[in-house]
Each structure stands twice: as structure tokens, then as C-alpha cells.
Design a protein. Sequence first.
Length: 202
Amino acid sequence: MATRRRRPPQKRRVKRPVRAAAKPQSLALVVRDPQQLMAAVQPQNSTQLAITGEPTIAVAALGTLRLTSKQKSALRAKVDDAEVEWKPARRREDGAPPPPPEIPYLPHASYRDRFDAAFGVGLWATAPQGVPREKDGVVYALWGLVIGGAVRYYAWGEQAYHPNNRQMTYGDAIEGTRSNAITRIGKELGIGRDLSRRRYTA
């Protein structure tokens, strides 16, 4: 009579506890605003905390923008003389030598054109980072340049505002802060850099 072989005992499988996915870490820059020019900015997610209770700005995407050679060429295209506009210089009251009577500058429309050429029409935007504030006849607002769904650059924009001026509403002043911020951000990307190296004669 054949004997039956016994099966070896099977090992019991122990269920291991499922580990929760690690939350992505983000960086935040604390902006000190003693004059209260900027309203508090709501953090983009719950992992960003304003430890000091002051406004915070996400900086995780700053310094990570990679440009192609074509985009760099579009941003740093040489400024044509027809684009240049002139504004009077501020007077000095400290006894220093007077500045040139007019200063060349590149209007905000030229900066927008270069953004369109580099990133595409509708593929970049400026987003307000808080509520604009008015102080001593000047409206201040913080703006962020959004590329690829993330804020890549920040800049303060400012615009003189006089309530008695019927030619400019408060909304016009806010729009002026946007244009001013675009020019400041554009300088960081190299727009109009060759203009600062030129020498003009009266």
C-alpha cells in the first residue's frame, strides 16, 4: 500500500502596513512688510506655513526655468532705435551734478512682444500676489510671471495715482502696476540689456 506524502506547512503571509506617501516639501519665502503695502497671500497648499504670520511667497519654482536657445534669442533681441522712448530725469536737490535731461527706456509693449515671441501668445501670464495698496499717491502691487503653470519671477509694480485726475481711474492705476512689473521682470530675463550699454548724445 502506497503511503501518502505530507505537504510541507505553508508560511503564513504577514500583511505589512501600508506607508503613507510622503508629502511633497515646498519652500516659502517670508516677505517682511512693515508698511503693510502687501496683503497676506494665501499659501498654495497646506504644506506652506507662514511661521511668522507674515505674507509668504512660494519659491520652489524660482530659478528652475530652462530656456531654449531660441527663447533666449527672442528675449534678448537687440533693441531697435524705433522702440526707444524717452522720459525726463529726476531733479537732484543734494548739489550733485544734474543728470542727462532725458533717459532712454523700453516701453512695456516691447517687453510683452518679446514674451510672446519667446513663450507664445497665451502661454505666459501675470498673476497678482495679493491686494494692491496705495501710499502717498502711489499704488503698489506685487505680480508674478506665470510660465508653464508656475510662478517663475516676482516683481513689485508701482503707478502714480491722483483721485482728482479724471484721465486715470483706480483700475487704470492697477493696470499700470502690472505693466511696470512686466518691465522689471523682463530686465531679469535680459530684455533691453543692450540699451543700458548704449551711449546717446543730445
